[in-house]
Design a protein. Sequence first.
Length: 316
Amino acid sequence: MGKARYVFGPVPSRRLGMSLGINNVPYKTCTYSCVYCQLGRTTNLTVERKPYSVPEKIVDEIESIVDTQAKIDYITFVPDGEPTLDKNLGCTATIIKDRIDIPLAILTNGSLIWMGDVREELKLFDVVSLKIDGLDGMWRRINRPHPRLSIDMIVDAMVDFAKTYRGKILTETMLIHNLNIASDILNEVISIIRRIDPYKVYLSVPIRPPAEQWVKPPTEEELLVAYKAFADRLGEGKVEVLSTPEPPKFYPPADPVEYILSMIAVHPLRMEYAINILQKHTDKPQKLIEDLVKARKICLVRYQNTVFLVRRIIRK
Ligand code: SF4
């Protein structure tokens, strides 16, 4: 078989374990042109669905890789643009479900979910990840949507979809310094996410080169405040931070330093809790934490009279 045209990986994914990626739309065809997009600015800003891929070809490519790979957790549509713009999405997903016994996921910005056929096609997936970075003016500033889109229609359709969908919904919110980290803006986003009631809520920071140079990640303080706002209203177990490009490795508690680093890659950790873990392994837990601060691996951030260990965000 020739070079794979639609399929890449499997690659370790921050949300989905070992994920075999499907790129079903050409670069860079999207309904948004997000300021933080790691693919650069959108060159084909559109809301028109077209048959961008060849379903049989995609499934053949997947099968040839699945046959040689020991472990694939998900087959994930994560293209160079917005996957629901592909009119053949539903057809491809149906054939995959028919022929391959691996769960199917899609990372979509959700901007076409108000279209009935898109909603039906998304129901074929076991996991649907939806993007919600801001509402109204903030949505326009961050996501720079196609002018025919309306955030109210999108949000209402997301909430409607969640009522009947049987799989897992994830949401992803990108936090950007000086843009959507003010508490009133975050509270609006949290209110919408509460109505959707997803399985998991992810907070991302721009860690790869963004479309616009001025886009900066939040400070560790801003990230902690945002995390607390989300966790307080949605539940701590539901909210996770994606602040590393690769999924954190999970170490057994026997290696307490690595264990703590892997934990705070996902959730900021209370100082007293970290000390609790560390003192099982060292009589100087405080010193070990100071060393991690000096090594610039973590930051200590005070929030509402509690000190938290927060993963240091790498700035370009
Ligand atoms: S929706 Fe995704 S692909 Fe489209 S511009 Fe935004 S980040 Fe890039």
